[in-house]
Design a protein around this ligand. Structure first.
Ligand SMILES: Cc1cc2nc3c(=O)[nH]c(=O)nc-3n(C[C@H](O)[C@H](O)[C@H](O)COP(=O)(O)O)c2cc1C
Length: 184
């Protein structure tokens, strides 16, 4: 059994990303895997202060929800990071959390054995996979810097609405691919 943690960076409770996260949370337990969906926008996480105190201590000086989130990620096998594209990038709330990942950046394995199995970006533009490729690559590159193992190519799925998520072949293919990867 693997432990999957999904960080959903969308503020929309019934949006596209929430729909995809729900499908994973419904389906993966049937295959014996547990799924924890974390709504990034519900967290109390403040922006990085850039003080670099964490470089010495390994923890952030700000006492908010970030330390618990890092512990949860460390206790997981697989991290799925989801965000809608807002003006060409991940949501601001997602970016704040990614910046704060830096506070774990100490030692050989800052995030334990967790793998980023996937970074999923959703967007309105059907050509989003081309348009936002650089955004995806940037996030994956930073994940590599944080020594989160095995980031795959990630995915960008465009042109979805909350109503079409469950019937989308692209979403089906994405979820099936994730499950195959987990079962390997
Ligand atoms: C403030 C804002 C900015 C957006 N910017 C873009 C964009 O630059 N390109 C794009 O294709 N879609 C953009 N979108 C659309 C969302 O990325 C898209 O609808 C996404 O799938 C919504 O996911 P959600 O329902 O999980 O929040 C934007 C939406 C909002 C609210």
């Amino acid at each position: 059994m693997s432990k999957v943690i999904i960080l959903n960076g969308s503020p929309r409770k019934n949006g596209v990303d929430a729909g995809i996260a729900s499908m994973i949370a419904e389906e993966f337990p049937e295959a014996g895997h547990s799924v924890d969906v974390v709504e990034v926008c519900d967290l109390n996480v403040k922006g990085c202060l850039g003080c670099m105190a964490c470089r010495k201590s390994g923890t952030c000086v700000q006492k908010d929800d970030m330390a618990d989130l890092i512990d949860k990620i460390r206790a997981s096998d697989l991290l799925v990071l989801m965000s809608p594209i807002y003006f060409g990038a991940e949501t601001g709330q997602t970016k704040i959390v990614l910046d704060r990942f830096t506070s774990a950046f100490k030692g050989e394995k800052p995030f334990g054995n967790v793998r980023v199995s996937s970074v999923l970006l959703t967007c309105a533009d059907k050509n989003g996979a081309v348009a936002y490729d650089a955004t995806l690559k940037r996030i994956l590159f930073e994940m590599k810097c944080l020594k989160i193992a095995d980031p795959d190519g990630g995915r960008i799925i465009g042109g979805l609405s909350p109503e079409t998520v469950r019937d989308s072949p692209a979403v089906r293919e994405y979820i099936d691919g994730l499950l195959t990867q987990l079962n390997q």
